[in-house]
Structures are given as structure tokens and as C-alpha cells.
Design a protein around this ligand. Structure first.
Ligand SMILES: NC(=O)c1ccc[n+]([C@@H]2O[C@H](COP(=O)([O-])OP(=O)(O)OC[C@H]3O[C@@H](n4cnc5c(N)ncnc54)[C@H](OP(=O)(O)O)[C@@H]3O)[C@@H](O)[C@H]2O)c1
Length: 273
């Protein structure tokens, strides 16, 4: 109920990665709750969403390409100026992927691409859209991960990219306090999406009792937004693990995490391209 009321204050959602997983669930769930919302999606594939009457505009954008992001931001700001004269705007930096294996597997180019998508793209998008968000009022949601709470050997670059996103998000939240733009970092744990396959991981190594559905992550996000939280870990088991991990000395947390992650089985991987 509280989430529903909070959503009504928004007029538009700009999100990345609406073509799959958590992003797709977000469009489907929120589109049903608030059919008048206008969605702007940035990803390489268009979202296939079956919600009658949904207003969705897709921008083809490879978020590892800064020039493409720059061009799309120009179009996006122009479109919002023309079509959304008033009303709060929600920006969701959701696109991201991981890789599994000892650094730099699968290869250096893939590691650098991951940093572009997981970390540089949210920074660039947020910077370019911030004047619009300030003018309209609104919120920024950054999809981090429970990987942000400890160093993650065998997923070293991925975990560090999410630690960056979490700290950056919390710092931004303080800078923007009182500005009319609320910032929230969401930390999901293992969630049943394409994430595992694209990281070259076998999803079955994560017991179902631990994993969440993307819909549960979306619900958590909406609740946290309504409560004006600045950070939320999705699911009580993940909350517990994140709290424990944060309290350990970092070298010890790293020692434990690499052993846990080493149990993941590689599937040979599917590149996200
Ligand atoms: N699933 C989990 O267990 C889990 C846990 C913690 C955090 N997360 C985070 O949740 C977020 C969403 O992931 P998901 O679980 O929903 O995985 P997913 O189903 O694999 O979706 C990933 C999304 O990212 C987009 N993306 C990837 N590379 C891109 C690029 N170069 N340019 C534009 N978009 C790109 C994909 O869109 P296109 O392929 O169409 O471009 C896709 O929509 C990610 O940031 C991930 O790190 C996931």
C-alpha cells in the first residue's frame, strides 16, 4: 500500500537492463501498479513485456560504450523536456554482469567491459541526468549486490565493482540530502535470472532456499523507496550474511569468500555480447 502510494508521485522511470531479470520484472510489476508511468529503457535488446497499455520507449544502448551513452542521454533529456513537463522521475541503474574464474579469466577485455557497464555507466548516466532529476525531483536506485560486502576471489572485479557502486551510492545520497533527489542502493543476493549463465556459473550450486526471485527484489526495492532508505539488502538470509561479513576483518572475509565461491561450478560461460 505504502509502495503503491509512493509510486503515484512518479511520472517516468528511466532504467537500464529492462530486457531481462530484475529490470524486466521491475517494468512488469511497476507497470501494472502504475499504468500511467512512462518507461524509458536502455539496453542492447528491447524488453519483451506483456502488460496491456504499458508506455515503454526503448533506446538501443551498449552501456560499455561511452559515446553511445552520451548520444542516448541527449535524446532522453530532449524527450523528457518535451513529453514530461512535470512529475518526479526515477532513475534505476540496473544493467550489470559478472564473470567467474581466477583473474583475468575469461579475458582482460571482458573485465574492462564489466567495469564500464557496472560502474562507469551508472556514473555517466547519473551525471548527465542529474540536472533533470533535480528539476523534477525524484530518486536514483543503484542495483549493487551482497558481493559488495566482502572481497570476492574468483569474482574479484565483479565484487569490487559492486563495492564501488554501494559506497558511491551512499556518498551521493548524503550529497543530495534535501535536494529532492533520494538515492537508494539495493543489494540483492543470488537471484534467479540470466546472471549466472552469463557469468559462466551453474545456478544449481546456489540452493533454492538461499536464492530469491527477481519479483522479490523488486518488492524490496519499492518498500525501501517508500521508507526513504538509502541502502537495502534483499531477503533476511542475505541481510544476515551481509551483516556478518561486514563485521569480519576484511582479510578474513576475503579468505572465507574465495572458498565459498570456489565451490561454484563454471559452465564454460556465455558472453553477454
Ligand atoms: N541475479 C543475481 O544473482 C544478482 C545478484 C546481485 C546483483 N545482481 C545485479 O542485478 C543487476 C541485474 O542483473 P540480473 O540478475 O537481472 O541479470 P540478467 O538477467 O543477466 O540481466 C542483465 C541486464 O543487464 C543488461 N546489460 C548487460 N550488459 C549490458 C550492456 N553492455 N549494455 C546495456 N545493458 C547491458 C542486459 O541487457 P542486454 O543484454 O539487452 O543489453 C540485461 O537486461 C545487475 O547489475 C547484477 O549485477 C544480480
Amino acid at each position: 500500500m505504502m509502495s503503491y502510494q509512493m509510486l503515484q508521485s512518479f511520472r517516468a522511470v528511466i532504467l537500464t537492463g529492462g530486457s531481462s531479470g530484475i529490470g524486466k520484472s521491475f517494468i512488469e510489476h511497476v507497470g501494472k501498479l502504475h499504468p500511467a508511468l512512462v518507461f524509458f529503457n536502455l539496453s542492447r535488446r528491447p524488453p519483451e513485456i506483456k502488460v496491456p497499455g504499458l508506455i515503454l520507449r526503448h533506446f538501443d544502448c551498449d552501456l560499455s560504450n561511452r559515446a553511445q551513452i552520451e548520444a542516448v542521454c541527449g535524446e532522453l533529456v530532449g524527450e523528457i523536456d518535451r513529453e514530461i513537463p512535470a512529475g518526479r522521475i526515477l532513475l534505476i541503474n540496473n544493467s550489470g554482469f559478472g564473470t567467474y574464474g581466477p583473474f583475468p579469466e575469461p579475458n582482460l577485455a571482458r573485465q574492462l567491459e564489466m567495469l564500464e557497464v557496472n560502474l562507469c555507466a551508472p556514473v555517466q548516466l547519473t551525471a548527465r541526468l542529474l540536472p533533470t532529476l533535480r528539476a523534477h525531483g525524484g530518486a536514483i536506485v543503484n542495483i549493487a549486490s551482497t558481493s559488495a560486502f566482502q572481497p570476492t576471489g574468483h569474482m574479484a572485479t565483479y565484487g569490487a565493482s559492486k563495492a564501488f557502486l554501494l559506497h558511491w551510492s551512499l556518498a551521493l545520497s548524503e550529497e543530495l540530502r534535501g535536494s529532492g533527489v533520494h538515492v537508494l542502493a539495493v543489494c540483492p543476493g543470488p537471484t534467479s535470472t540470466q546472471f549466472f549463465r552469463s557469468a559462466g556459473l551453474d545456478r544449481s550450486v546456489v540452493p533454492d532456499s538461499v536464492g530469491q526471485t527477481p519479483e522479490e527484489v523488486v518488492e524490496t526495492t519499492l518498500h525501501a523507496l517508500a521508507r526513504r532508505r538509502t541502502m537495502v539488502v534483499s531477503g533476511w538470509k542475505n541481510k544476515l550474511l551481509a551483516a556478518l561479513s561486514s563485521r569480519l576483518p576484511k582479510p578474513l572475509a576475503a579468505r572465507i569468500a574465495i572458498r565459498v565461491i570456489a565451490h561454484y561450478r563454471g559452465t564454460g560461460g556465455k558472453t553477454n555480447a
